[in-house]
Design a protein around this ligand. Structure first.
Ligand code: GRF
Length: 182
C-alpha cells in the first residue's frame, strides 16, 4: 500500500526478487492516481490497483475496498509502505498481526505527520525509522525493527530524510520476515 514515491515498495520487490525475503509482492494498491509508486509498479511488472479515497464515502469504505481487493488477490500479508491514510479496524481486524507500517522516526518519538521535521525541530542527535505492527492508535503498534542514524549539524530535511530512507529500505524486509514468523 503506497501513496507517493514508492521507494519502500520497490525495496520490498527487490528483497523478494533477490532472495532476501521469501515472499512475493502480489499487488500494489495506491490511493493517489498517477503517483510515482504506480509508475514503479509498472516498471517492475507488479500488478497495481488504484483505490481513490476521494471517491469513497468514509475511511471504513476505503478500508472495506482494501479488504475485498486483497482477499480476492489471495494476499496474506500487508505492508503500509508510505500509506498516508489513517486505517480503521475494518482493515486492521481483517489481517490480525499481518499488517505493518514503516515510520520515519524512532517510535514512540515523533508520531504522525512530518516526523523528520519534528526530529529536526526537537534538536535530537539520533533519528531513525521504525517498522511496527499496525493497531488503531496511529504509529503505536508493537515495534518489530528499528534503525538509528545520526543527525549531522549540516543536515536539512532532505539530507536527513535520505539517510533515514536508506535504513527503511533495509529494515522493512526484515520486519516482514519477523512478522511472518510470528
Ligand atoms: C517513508 O518515509 C515512510 O516512513 C513514511 O512514508 C515514506 C514513504 O516513502 N511512512 P516511499 O513512498 O516509500 O518512498
Amino acid at each position: 500500500m503506497a501513496s507517493g514515491s514508492g521507494s519502500n515498495f520497490e525495496a520490498l520487490v527487490h528483497a523478494c526478487r533477490d532472495g532476501r525475503l521469501l515472499a512475493e509482492v502480489a499487488l500494489l494498491v495506491v490511493n493517489n492516481p498517477g503517483c510515482s509508486a504506480q509508475q514503479r509498479a509498472k516498471r517492475l511488472a507488479v500488478p497495481c490497483q488504484v483505490l481513490n479515497h476521494r471517491s469513497m464515502a468514509s475511511r471504513e469504505a476505503l478500508d472495506q475496498a482494501l479488504v475485498t481487493t486483497f482477499q480476492s488477490a489471495g494476499v496474506d500479508f500487508l505492508v503500509m509502505a508510505g500509506w498516508m491514510r489513517v486505517v480503521t479496524p475494518t482493515l486492521i481486524n481483517a489481517f490480525p498481526d499481518r499488517l505493518i507500517n514503516i515510520h520515519p522516526s524512532l517510535l514512540p518519538s515523533f508520531r504522525g505527520l512530518d516526523a523528520v521535521g519534528q526530529a529536526l525541530a526537537a534538536g535530537v542527535t539520533l533519528a531513525g525509522c521504525t517498522a511496527h505492527l499496525v493497531c488503531e492508535e496511529v504509529d503505536a503498534g508493537r515495534i518489530l525493527v528499528q534503525a538509528a542514524v545520526p543527525v549531522l549539524a549540516t543536515d536539512d530535511h532532505a539530507s536527513l530524510s535520505a539517510r533515514i530512507q536508506r535504513q527503511e529500505h533495509r529494515i522493512l524486509p526484515l520486519a516482514v520476515a519477523l512478522a511472518c514468523q510470528g
